[in-house]
Write a protein that binds this ligand. Structure first.
Ligand SMILES: Cc1ncc(COP(=O)(O)O)c(C=O)c1O
Length: 393
């Protein structure tokens, strides 16, 4: 059958790396590849109880609902936003199917084919895919150990007049880097000067293991130009598919229209169950449990890297999140390295797809949240031995 797809479908490529990584799902492979939370830390009993309670309580739990989201949940989110320095009433919050849907809705609202979107290089792959599917033109800006390089950003804003800037400023996927407070202030000044909109993707900020908490960039927003994206995927469970957007009421109204066409609303059952879970449990204590487990996994990985990786390899030391990012000597192509790593029963994600211009091939991303400490030690030793052969030998 000769299907007559839309032109944009040609831009939706299945990733060669995803195919290779299917091998990483075999149990004998130690995988630092996925971006998964640790399932043994999911609050299974508490969520089961919440589901039971909300279905026992009232038939409305299985009814259609409003697009904006379940009222009590929006109130709880609004309360939670205070911890990020954001004062937002429930009317400034839209509940979404994970922050991935939030990205899609924002793109649907703002992007015509050919519009420029400024992104960091490297950036979260799922966001690049969304912008690409709306036929945006990606403008990649380099990053350093404090995030996006502001001079280059301002130059690009002047040249391209982008519709959106997309950032993950706190414990970024894939590098773990955080933009410090001073750079956030200067960034906001640039956005104000040029009238640029920012999409602040912030799913990792609760996962801090060291250093001082830092307010969201949205907390500096006085003119309604920052859309802040949050998620329960990392602090409760990703299978719930619950996230949210915080934005001025006028934008929420438009996003609601965009979401109606997509799915009418996020599931009533799951929203009510999450709201109940947050009400009846010490959710902050649960996040603390996750933090202490992931924090020690990060430390184990950092120690293992010191011992196992040869000179000439550098890596980030993030204060939170789920990932480290390693840079190998330029002669090493990490996509080729992955094939040999899998033969040695260890997996990572090659860095190349995270670069919008696909121009850097000697980096790799390591996830530390989904492996137990002893697996981390063994896996990093395997990887270090391989990199030692390839980079030095
Ligand atoms: C930076 C970033 N944004 C968004 C998402 C999507 O998260 P969610 O599960 O909330 O859709 C992820 C998932 O890993 C991510 O790393």
């Amino acid at each position: 059958m000769d299907y007559r797809f839309a032109g944009r479908v040609a831009r939706m490529k299945s990733s060669a790396i995803r195919e290779i990584l299917k091998v990483a799902e075999q149990p004998e492979v130690i995988s630092f590849a996925g971006g998964l939370p640790a399932p043994e830390l999911f609050p299974l009993d508490a969520v089961r109880q919440a589901l039971w309670d909300v279905t026992a309580a009232d038939r409305g739990t299985l009814q259609y609902s409003t697009t904006e989201g379940y009222g009590p949940l929006r109130e709880q989110i609004s309360e939670r936003m205070r911890t990020r320095g954001i004062e937002a009433s429930p009317t400034e919050i839209l509940v979404t199917n994970g922050s991935q849907q939030a990205l899609d809705l924002v793109a649907k609202l703002f992007l015509d084919p050919g519009d420029a979107v400024v992104v960091e290089s490297p950036s979260y792959l799922g966001a690049l895919q969304v912008f690409d599917s709306y036929e945006a033109r990606l403008v990649a800006i380099p990053t350093d150990d404090e995030g996006i390089v502001l001079d280059r950003l301002e130059e690009a804003i002047r040249r391209e007049a982008p519709k959106l800037l997309y950032l993950t400023p706190t414990f970024k996927n894939p590098t773990g880097v955080t933009i410090p407070a001073a750079r956030r202030v200067r960034l906001m000044e640039i956005l104000e000067r040029h009238g640029t909109m920012l999409v602040e993707d912030d799913p990792y900020s609760d996962l801090r293991y060291s250093g001082t908490p830092i307010d969201a960039i949205k907390s500096l927003d006085r003119s309604g130009r920052v859309l802040h994206l949050g998620s329960f995927s990392k602090t409760v469970a990703p299978g719930l598919r619950l996230g949210w957007i915080t934005a001025p009421p006028a934008l929420i109204a438009k996003l609601v229209l965009a979401k109606q066409g997509t799915d009418l609303h996020t599931g009533t059952l799951v929203q009510r169950a999450l709201s109940r879970y947050l009400r009846d449990n010490d959710a902050a204590a649960h996040v603390q449990t996750i933090r202490s487990a992931y924090g020690s996994r990060r430390d184990v990985m950092l120690r293992a890297l010191e011992g196992a990786f040869p000179p000439g390899v550098t890596w980030t030391r993030p204060d939170g999140g789920m990932f480290l990012w390693a840079t190998l000597p330029p002669i090493v192509d990490t996509t080729l390295l992955l094939e040999e790593a899998l033969r040695r029963r260890v997996a990572f994600v090659p860095g190349e797809p995270f670069f919008p211009d696909g121009d850097v091939s000697n980096c790799l991303r390591l996830n530390f949240s989904n492996s137990r400490p002893e697996q981390i030690e063994t896996g990093i030793a395997r990887l270090g031995a391989l990199i030692g052969c390839v980079a030095v030998g």
